[in-house]
Design a protein around this ligand. Structure first.
Ligand code: GLC
Length: 557
């Protein structure tokens, strides 16, 4: 199936930046917008054939709004302003203009399932039961006999309800107690959020990534969630079926309304985190029956896949079969909530060559049918920092929850970008100040500067993959079809449009055999990119692969 008239977000590559740890321009150890501006050429210098720039098409910024930073910005206290940590509104305008000048789009995180408890809306709402915003949040009386109104649990652990003395009522929070959930049934809440979206769209923002976009709507009757069979820990979020506080039918109407706001503008994209436990089914329903909800639903199949070709292949096949014709898939391996994929996959793979895994994973991400989303540092093979001393930890909402570590701290995946081998990996542009989180010890050898000097590095491989992805229409819009079937140790698939056929071969092991169930169509191929062959070389249909070979070939005809 060929997609017609693709939007930029279908053929573009998106790059997620965690602003606190990407680049620090003013030497306070905290990443900021001016730091990002200084690194824009690294992301895309506007030259499509650049050898010194990654060439991404869009950046998604984790939240930069005003925030007390209890959840590192995912707790917004003013949606109309930039957190001073990152700069000011003028810095943001400059970022938009400089990014656009280099063909980089800007996507903002939109955190509207909840606000911070420091937001003026919540301060007003919590003051009394009779103020103009009294029902902007989810308030309930204690259960008969006292205690929490129902059995809903917070994702980070502990009860989902917190008591407020002034109102003598409980409020609900899907996440931390400092992150009260908005009442999305209230028309004024919806209007306030949609107006705020227009404010950023008017400033030239190219789209949003909706945070926790499946949890906006809650059951009107606040019924108890059913408990899973044999679940012993009643305080564990994962031990409930979230029938009444997630994925409600009304949630889709909200996303449709948000999409309608974006449709008032040209070429804006709506991306949504459908939740960390979401899988393929969610990615299908969140496109919307009339393809009027999320352009790109972010579900987590790959984040929880083992590094095995057969498993990955079946996940892709399922996604291919289930994605409706007018919808479009997105793929990512990492984000700010997950351990980095190299750490996950080295752990569970038979292969211990992290560079081989990094390049194979990069190839997969940039050659399947769907929008690739990279997480900063992935392009140089950054791994999780496993030894952050407790006194330097920052993931307060997770570390501070009452039951201890219900989900693991996410600090290890958010450490400073490793730019060079100077103190603190060049995070503060040469100034030796302690960054927000400690730099991973491997930065002396694993950094952007070193990898840009080495033509065989993971970084150059990503850079070339992004160019190959852009230059070959079969890769950014062609159909996808596998040539082999589980349980082989390699993947072999075709990407095809009417004009072009591309064959992707990824060998996950030392084994040199390539056996296809289907014959390889076409006899003659030319190398677009390979770690074992020369770009431009011509060859006959390859029946054998070299160990860890990656080859992307275009059919000659
Ligand atoms: C999303 C974010 C995560 C945040 C949570 C609460 O899952 O990705 O970082 O802690 O929402 O906003």
């Amino acid at each position: 199936m060929e997609f017609r008239e693709p939007g930029w977000w279908q053929h573009g590559v998106i790059y997620q930046i965690y602003p606190l740890t990407f680049a620090d321009s003013n030497g306070d150890g905290l990443g900021d917008l001016q730091g990002i501006i200084r690194r824009l050429d690294y992301l895309n210098d506007g030259n499509p054939n650049s050898k010194s720039s990654l060439g991404v098409d869009a950046i998604w910024l984790s939240p930069i709004y005003q925030s007390p930073m209890v959840d590192n910005g995912y707790d917004v206290s003013d949606y109309y302003d930039i957190c001073p940590t990152f700069g000011c509104l003028d810095d943001f305008k400059q970022l938009v203009s400089e990014a656009h000048g280099r063909n980089i789009k800007i996507i903002l995180d939109l955190v509207v399932n909840h606000t911070s408890n420091q937001h003026s809306w919540f301060i007003e709402s919590s003051r009394s039961r009779d103020n103009p915003k009294e029902d902007w949040y989810l308030w309930l009386d204690p259960a008969p006999g006292g205690g929490e109104p129902n059995n809903w649990i917070a994702y980070f652990g502990g009860p989902g309800w917190t008591f407020n003395e002034d109102r003598q009522q409980y409020y609900y929070h899907t996440f931390n107690a400092n992150q009260p959930d908005l009442n999305w049934r209230h028309p004024e809440v919806r209007k306030a959020v949609y107006d705020m979206m227009r404010f950023w769209l008017d400033l030239g923002v190219d789209g949003f990534r909706l945070d926790a976009s499946s949890t906006y709507s809650k059951d009107e009757l606040f019924r108890d969630n059913p408990i899973k069979f044999e679940a012993t820990d009643r305080k564990d979020y994962n031990n409930q079926y979230h029938l009444y506080n997630k994925n409600l039918p009304e949630n889709h109407y909200i996303i449709q309304e948000m999409r309608a706001v974006l449709e008032e503008y040209d070429e804006r994209v709506l991306i949504g985190e459908t939740f960390i436990d979401s899988r393929l089914y969610d990615s299908i329903i969140f496109h919307g029956v009339d393809n009027n909800e999320l352009h790109l639903p972010l579900t987590f199949e790959f984040a929880f896949s083992p590094w095995y070709p057969g498993y990955i292949q079946r996940e892709i096949e399922k996604k291919e079969l289930m994605t409706p014709p007018e919808a479009w898939p997105a793929y990512f391996f990492d984000n700010h909530d997950l351990p980095r994929h190299l750490s996950r996959w080295i752990d569970c793979s038979l292969c211990i060559d992290s560079e081989a895994i990094a390049k194979a994973a990069a190839t997969l991400l940039l050659t399947v049918r769907g929008t690739p989303i990279l997480y900063y540092g992935e392009e140089i093979g950054m791994v999780n920092h496993e030894d952050i001393p407790p006194e330097m930890a920052k993931d307060k909402v997770v570390i501070g929850n009452i039951d201890g570590e219900v989900i693991p701290s996410r600090d290890g995946t958010r450490t400073p970008m490793q730019w060079d081998d100077s103190p603190q990996a060049g995070f503060s542009f040469g100034q030796d100040v302690q960054p927000y989180l400690p730099v991973n010890d491997n930065f002396k050898t694993l950094n952007v500067a070193a990898q840009s000097q080495d033509q065989d590095s993971i970084w150059h491989f990503y850079r070339q993959l992004i160019q190959v992805h852009r230059q070959n229409e079969a890769l950014h819009r062609g159909s996808w079809r596998s040539l082999i079937h589980y349980p082989y140790e390699h993947l072999a698939y075709l990407r095809q449009t009417n004009q072009q056929t591309v064959l992707v071969l990824i060998n996950f092991s030392e084994e040199k055999e390539l056996t296809t169930n289907d014959p390889i169509p076409y006899d003659d191929w030319q190398v677009l990119l390979s770690n074992r062959r020369q770009t431009g070389d011509k060859l006959k249909s390859p029946q054998r692969l070299q160990g860890f070979e990656i080859s992307i070939l275009a059919a000659l005809d």
